[in-house]
Design a binder for this molecule. Structure first.
Ligand code: HSE
Length: 436
């Protein structure tokens, strides 16, 4: 901390939505910050890509703009750097160099920390610097703090969350307004929820980055991002949303991690992934609407916990960034990962053995023997069905036939689906996991 002033002097990298929100919040809540920390947080300089771009957020008169990252990292008066530029390459150079110059770091960069976080955590540890990242997962929801500190005494059994607001908005619109995928996505783009290129959100990668960070915090292991199974919601059919709803479920894009099988040993095998799943209407997760995020945790001592809030946006994300800065101002030095030792690689259970209930929908001819053949394929691999419904329609040659299964393994389910494909050649065959 700068000795003379007892202020925390910061450099801000990025003046987009989150950076702008932080500048506003620093100004509007300056008194609260000072009452809580005994210090003022003083913004000295802002790194931007384009110096000439007009700015909508008014900056204090003594704050300068720069397009040179070393003007932040190498300035001896700056105590901490906030990185909200996103992307991996420049952000990594910035954080790495800033740590070399003994700066504390606050970042919202989930992609960088999920894919290339290890060396940055190691460097922060070597240099005894604070590296905080509350805003990188689920915006305003204080889930990093909760896992790292508030639930630190617990053995976490499982975590499942809605971690991408854009996808949840699209699915909510499909469910509530009966839109098809493209209509709902176009609407999300018009409202500013979805980017012009929505692939990071819609294809599940953004949720996967957040899940890797949550796995690290909850289980104390490093899960290789490239090995995480990721399935997004692109092209999901409105028919499945409607049929699932009739059966008592909403389809949600979830990120899930849990102890595998009956394992309940800390450090034992886990299973994890991002995928669209049927969530029973009775689960709180099913009622998470629009661009909101939510996380449900099961822990041995604390029991079941549910967190819900805004996962994006200027002030909600700035709220998390600024809370981290307050922790830096208080000079709180918890382990940045939440664990004292270097993190081992995750032991991942064989995906063939992962278990779930399933929803299966296929388009078939409405003729005698079809159901018998499907039941035969299921029985051959020991998959037990709990519900079968067929919707008769006047306007289709083929009818949707839907089954729900009891819990079975991924291997058995995929084998049965392959058999159905070969035997019946259904026009469409889709399946989703069902949360239970
Ligand atoms: N694009 C993300 C979402 C927010 O839609 O949830 C930032 O991670």
């Amino acid at each position: 901390m700068t000795q003379q002033s007892q202020n925390l002097v910061i450099g801000l990298a990025g003046l987009g939505t989150v950076g702008g929100g932080l500048v506003s919040l620093l100004a509007s809540n300056a008194d609260i910050i000072e009452r809580r920390t005994g210090k003022r947080i003083v913004l000295k300089r802002v790194l931007v890509h384009n110096l000439a771009k007009p700015r909508t957020v008014p900056l204090p008169p003594d704050v300068s703009l720069t397009d040179d990252l070393t003007a932040l990292t190498d300035d001896p008066e700056i105590d901490a750097i906030v990185e909200v530029i996103g992307g991996k390459t420049t952000a990594k150079d910035l954080i790495s160099r800033a740590l070399d110059h003994n700066k504390h770091i606050v970042t919202a960069n989930k992609a960088l920390l999920a894919e290339e976080g290890q060396p940055l955590f190691s460097k922060a540890k070597q240099r005894n610097r604070i590296l905080r990242y509350e805003a990188s997962v689920a915006g305003a929801i204080p889930i990093v703090q909760a896992l790292k500190e508030s639930l630190a005494s617990n053995h976490i059994h499982s975590l499942v969350g809605i971690l991408n607001g854009t996808s949840n908005y699209v699915l909510s619109e499909m469910t509530n307004r009966h839109l098809d995928f493209t209509e709902a996505l176009n609407g999300a783009q018009k409202k500013g929820y979805a980017e012009a290129d929505p692939s990071l959100d819609i294809d599940g990668h953004d949720a996967a980055h957040k899940l890797v960070l949550l796995i690290r915090l909850a289980f104390g292991v490093h899960y290789d991002f490239t090995a995480l199974p990721i399935h997004g919601i692109r092209g999901l059919s409105k028919l499945d949303i409607e049929l699932a709803d009739q059966l008592g479920y909403h389809i949600k894009l979830v990120g899930q991690v849990r102890e595998a099988g009956t394992n309940s040993t800390p450090g034992g095998p886990i299973e994890a992934g991002v995928f669209p799943a049927l969530v029973p209407h009775s689960f709180l997760l099913a009622r998470v609407e629009g661009a909101f995020n939510a996380i449900h945790i099961k822990a041995d001592a604390a029991g079941s916990l549910f967190f819900h809030g805004r996962g994006a946006g200027d002030l909600p994300t700035a709220s998390a960034v600024l809370a981290d800065l307050l922790a830096v101002a208080r000079e709180e030095y918890p382990n940045n990962t939440g664990f004292a030792l270097d993190l081992p690689d995750a032991t991942v259970a064989d995906p063939n053995d992962w278990t779930s209930c399933y929803y299966v929908r296929m388009m078939v001819e409405d003729t005698p023997g079809v159901l018998r053949d499907i039941a035969g394929c299921m029985a051959r691999f020991g998959v037990s069905m709990s519900h079968v419904i067929q919707r008769t329609t006047e306007d289709l040659d083929l009818v949707p036939l839907v089954l729900l299964t009891h819990e079975t393994t991924e291997k058995a389910m995929q084998s049965a689906l392959r058999d159905i494909e070969t035997l019946l050649k259904p026009k469409e065959l889709v399946s989703f996991k069902v949360l239970s």
